[in-house]
Design a protein around this ligand. Sequence first.
Ligand code: NAD
Length: 294
Amino acid sequence: MAKIAFIGLGNMGSPMAINLVRKGHEVTGFDLFPEAVTRLEVAGGKGAASAEQAVTGATIVISMLPSGKHVADLYTAEFLSCLEPGTLIVDSSTIDAITARSVAAAAEKMGHSMIDAPVSGGTAGAQAGTLTFIVGGSNEDLEKAQPILQAMGQNIFHAGPAGSGQVAKICNNMLLAIHMIGTSEALNLGVKHGLDPKILSGIIQKSSGRNWSLEVYNPFPGVMENTPASRGYTGGFAVDLMTKDLGLAIAAGTEIQSATPLGKMALDLYLSWGAAGHGKDDFSSVIQFLNQQL
Ligand code: NAD
């Protein structure tokens, strides 16, 4: 069993770290919020008072942080010098590919190895240990990481060299934002015409409009149990995080002149909804924003 340091115990990191504990790994976690550290301790992990303390003696470091800035700020030369020689770093945050590549190069210079391994599957997938990992890095490092990733997820894809996991992930999330908005638009339309949202969702699930937002993460309150929509849009994937991912996708498109018109529209909608005070709500709450448009 591995000795793992886990940095960032938020909506995703917390259940991922707890799954590692359940599979018998020795996990020491750190988060800026002490309550998040306590949650890991209650589940049988160890808490640390700093990232430096968490990595002492660990052979694997996993980070699950909000953005590229957080990742770059964590993996400074000073912090990398605190790691055990030859540590494998797995960054599962969704960030820009440029930061992912530069942090991986800095880690390598200090004698460590690093993969970018962003995830898909949401908080429910993190809790159930069924996440999809989308990996960028070498075959050898992915092979080393496999047993650890398998303890938290079901599907592991190798997208290519360092940074490729992040590129694939933002392609996925841009599409997710677009079909969440489309699903919300369709459900609002049907309900305003007097349809029951559960019946309408059931119809579309067996028709050509079916998609993940509708089938797994329905944005209409009460249609599905255990979705953010059915608990006041809490505990899911924040509007601010989706806004970040859409920004990354559009920047990546601009970089190589690949058109992203729907991605840009989705970004505008999410920016407006975040600016209206809903940045911390789950991204499926965009259905409420659309309800107010007219
Ligand atoms: P979150 O905001 O719930 O958690 C992030 C945690 O990182 C917070 O608890 C914060 O205190 C902690 N943190 C920030 N800086 C830190 C530091 N220097 N040291 C220690 N802890 C620090 O976010 P989340 O929803 O868990 O998402 C994390 C990442 O996963 C993001 O990049 C997001 O885009 C991605 N993601 C989220 C989901 C989802 O459904 N929530 C799904 C797939 C991917």
